[in-house]
Design a protein around this ligand. Structure first.
Ligand code: ATR
Length: 272
């Protein structure tokens, strides 16, 4: 580190267990760039001051995680179009007018869909969950013209709200809402195999839990994509594999979103 080192970081609460510092500092080392990325624990009530301070310190950019991904939006000078549609920002870039917000979760997810061969365009896709992570997935599925998006969630109302939000931006999208145990109502379910995205928090840090347990369901999964990467094999993934399907965890998405943030910052630094 020297007088020219550029400083980046992760704001959230908690941030101790994040892999982002390791990922970003490794990328910087690989490219021999004078860049450091640090964890920045910020409590909800201090978010505005933290952003102001970081800007004054000329931190080149930041990642934003729970619980600030929505709240941070009011402190930005500009928000990328897709991030605004998702209603969440995970990457900030220093600009002369303030921080601009992006959502690289969706960029990372799109890249990892392509590299993992998870086909979306023209496909009927089942998405489990309707929470924060599902918003980015749902918007991406609509952007990529999935033939139909089946949102299966424990709470139907949350899923209906997500459906309405996606339709605001993509009025032609076909979206159906069902409970987690209602997959059998998907037209032709038992005659087909589906690409399924597991976007609930069930199974996080617990390899004995899955949002759906029935073997019946897993027999009809062609490719199961779990956004969770801890554990590396979730029960959802295990069940998909046991029934002959392909399954991946969220590591590719995590790495791809990090690379996408890094690219935004590098380009920003060059143009500054
Ligand atoms: P994230 O940011 O990880 O998406 P979230 O916004 O809290 O977290 O969303 C969690 C998702 O997991 C939701 O879809 C939630 O379902 P509800 O809308 O019914 O709350 C789902 N989820 C969490 N715990 C669950 C459980 N025990 N069984 C089924 N679904 C669960």
């Amino acid at each position: 580190m020297d007088g020219k080192t550029r400083v980046y970081g992760l704001i959230g609460d908690p941030v101790e267990h994040s892999l982002s510092p390791l990922i970003h500092n490794s990328i910087a080392e690989m490219f021999k760039e004078n860049f450091v990325y640090v964890p920045l624990p910020v409590k909800k009530e201090n978010l505005g001051e933290a952003i102001k301070g970081a800007y004054a310190f000329h931190f080149g950019g930041m990642n934003v995680t729970v619980p600030h991904k929505q709240a941070v939006m009011e402190y930005l000078c500009d928000i990328d179009e897709v991030a605004a549609q998702i209603g969440a920002v995970n990457t900030l870039l220093w600009t002369k007018d303030g921080y601009k917000g992006f959502n690289t979760d969706i960029i990372g997810l799109e890249k990892s869909f392509i590299s993992d061969g998870f086909d979306v365009t023209g496909e009927e896709i089942i998405m489990l969950g309707a929470g924060g992570a599902s918003r980015a997935v749902g918007i991406l599925l609509a952007r990529k013209n999935a033939k139909c998006i089946y949102i299966l969630n424990r709470t139907l109302e949350t899923a209906e709200n997500l459906k309405a939000d996606i339709l605001k931006f993509y009025p032609d999208a076909r979206i159906e809402v069902l409970g987690l145990d209602e997959y059998g109502r998907i037209p032709g379910f038992y005659q087909k195999k589906f690409n399924v995205i597991q976007a609930t928090s069930v199974g996080l840090s617990d390899a004995t839990k899955a949002p759906i347990y029935d073997d019946d369901f897993y027999e009809h999964v062609n490719f199961g994509y779990d956004l969770i990467y801890n554990p590396l094999e979730t029960l959802f993934m295990k069940k998909v594999r046991e029934k002959g399907g392909k399954a991946v965890n969220g590591i590719h998405m995590l790495l791809s979103q990090a690379v996408a943030s890094y690219e935004i910052w590098r380009e920003g630094a060059v143009n500054e």
